[in-house]
Design a protein around this ligand. Structure first.
Ligand code: FE
Length: 212
């Protein structure tokens, strides 16, 4: 049936979303050219590329939460996580690639926060894609200048007795915060504790909280 593509409303009276087609950037064109070459020369198949994208998209903060919950319930694992977070993650089945990963432990006197002042470096293998605010200029610049104020805006007011440490990620060095275990969660199983560990608590802008 013929229909008008420029009609402001769909047949169900739902407004159409405007097209946002823009011309490709230099790097987008470069990516397409390299990808097509790799496929044409038989180094990779389109299916392999898509599978890799799917694997990357499936990463979520649940990975990091599993790590933290294990650290809360297994002191030996916690020690190995603090000693060499990359190795400990690999042992849990989370491959973090060649980059250096550092786990920062929060305590009653120290609170760690992570940021990437240059761009958006983030422990994606453990937390999935970074939230938009993590990549914003405001978060990147203000977190190093006025961390307590930024944390307060996230609803996290820390007493003066707590030292705030800000850690700047780089392309080959990533951080994950191991939040302090809430007292009211002590005694719960590793599996139950996973639900207490929020994404924001592993960035350092929040605290773990009861899932109910
Ligand atoms: Fe970065």
């Amino acid at each position: 049936m013929p229909h008008d593509h420029h009609a402001p409303l769909s047949p169900s009276d739902h407004p159409y979303r405007d097209d946002d087609d823009t011309s490709l950037t230099y790097w987008q064109t470069m990516e397409i050219a390299v990808r097509e070459l790799l496929i044409e020369k038989g180094y990779l198949s389109a299916t392999q590329i898509q599978e890799q994208i799917n694997t990357m998209d499936e990463r979520s903060p649940a990975n990091g939460a599993a790590l933290v919950a294990k650290a809360w319930t297994d002191p030996t694992f916690k020690k190995s996580l603090i000693n060499d977070a990359g190795e400990a993650s690999r042992n849990m089945g989370f491959d973090i690639g060649p980059m250096h990963l550092i786990a920062l432990e929060n305590s009653e006197t120290v609170h760690n926060v992570i940021v990437c002042t240059l761009c958006s470096c983030y422990p994606r293998n453990l937390l999935g894609l970074p939230p938009d605010w993590y990549k914003s200029r405001a978060y990147r610049s203000r977190t190093v200048i006025e961390p307590r104020k930024v944390l307060a805006e996230f609803g996290l007011e820390l007493g003066e007795e707590i030292q705030v440490r800000v850690h700047d990620s780089t392309a080959d060095m990533r951080y994950i915060v191991v939040p302090a275990q809430p007292k009211e969660s002590i005694g719960l199983s590793e599996n139950e504790l996973k639900d207490w560990v929020t994404r924001d608590s592993m960035i350092g802008v929040g605290l773990p909280r009861s899932p109910i």
